[in-house]
Design a protein. Structure first.
Length: 64
């Protein structure tokens, strides 16, 4: 699903960037994928996706 229509960024692109780079702030995420740079309507959803993906990464790191 497209999260940012202005820049055609999907939830899959956000999740992939979070898994690969593990940004800790939304500003760090914005440097990886162009979300929240135009109209800003995507910011809340993109932030939720980032936080959700980070929560899924943490338990996996504890296993390894």
């Amino acid at each position: 699903m497209y999260v940012c229509l202005c820049n055609a960024v999907s939830d899959k692109a956000i999740r992939a960037a979070v898994r690969l780079h593990q940004p800790q702030t939304f500003q760090q995420l914005k440097r990886l994928v162009p979300v929240g740079t135009q109209c800003g309507k995507c910011v809340c959803v993109a932030r939720r996706i980032m936080e959700d993906e980070l929560q899924h990464i943490a338990p996996l790191e504890n296993i390894a």
